[in-house]
Design a protein. Structure first.
Length: 276
């Protein structure tokens, strides 16, 4: 296990629900789902707080990458808070309003300009899977458990969230997860490509921090252009979005960061990128 790095000062940003925390630690933003008494189950108010928390991290000038994780040792997110369903999801009309809040939370992560990493321990179920697959990258500890119990609850999923799940799992695996509602281990999730890496419980936090720092030290404009282009390829919108994609590529070559990258390479030193 790696020696933990010295902790960086942490700035806490305001959110509309204290169970959704937005923190800045050097170049790393943290979106923390903090409801450990309920295994980080997400209530309607928490869903509504997520877009604002993501926006706060996006707009912070120091943040280069956003790390998403749960509070405590038991869960990333164990799903939506089912105890609320009799009131906030009691019929089709209220369910649509609830799903709109879900969709807004997933969309905030999916469309974040800065790269996002889900760091997963313990339960990653239902809405937790929705948050995880809305992120760009996912890493997990060996104790992580994945599942979508919708078929055991009789609930439907928003189309955009379903698209994220299919993109992360492929159509056949996505159908299997929904049809059977079975749970998947971290090793199986790694094998099918849902995760990029699995680490020991003890090493996960350090590995996630190192991954986030590695991304944060690279050129932000290049990373953003790559993210948008890859997402367009997956969505099948490259032709429609070609002008925007070309403009993002051109912005890389017109940037001071491009000059810095060339100079640093020739001088055999680490480049210092500023996103401009």
């Amino acid at each position: 296990m790696k020696t933990p790095a010295a902790p960086l000062p942490v700035t806490v940003l305001p959110t509309t629900d204290t169970r959704i925390r937005a923190e800045v630690e050097g170049p790393i933003g943290r979106l923390v789902v903090a409801n450990p008494a309920r295994r980080n189950a997400v209530s309607l108010d928490m869903w509504k707080a997520i877009p604002g928390a993501v926006a706060a991290l996006e707009s912070h000038p120091d943040v280069r990458v956003i790390l998403v994780h749960g509070d405590g040792d038991l869960a990333f997110v164990s799903g939506a808070d089912i105890s609320e369903f009799s009131t906030v999801r009691k019929d089709a009309a209220s369910a649509r309003a609830y799903e709109a809040s879900n969709a807004d939370a997933f969309s905030a992560l999916r469309h974040a300009a800065k790269p996002t990493i889900a760091m997963i321990r313990g339960f990653c179920l239902g809405g937790g899977m929705g948050l995880a697959v809305a992120c760009d990258l996912r890493i997990a500890a060996t104790d992580a458990v994945f599942g979508i119990p919708a078929a055991r609850l009789g609930v439907g999923y928003p189309p955009d969230c379903m698209a994220d799940i299919v993109a992360a799992l492929g159509p056949q695996r996505a159908k299997e997860m929904f049809f059977t509602a079975r749970r998947m281990t971290a090793d199986e999730a790694l094998e099918i490509g849902l995760l990029t890496a699995v680490h020991s419980v003890e090493a996960l936090a350090n590995e996630a921090f190192d991954l986030a720092l590695a991304i944060a030290h690279n050129a932000p404009l290049t990373i953003h252009a790559a993210k948008v282009a890859i997402d367009a390829v997956v969505a099948g919108t490259v032709t429609r979005d070609r002008d925007r994609l070309v403009a993002l590529t051109d912005a890389c070559f017109a940037s001071a960061d491009f000059a810095e990258g060339r100079t640093a390479f020739l001088e055999k030193r680490e480049a210092k990128f500023h996103g401009a």
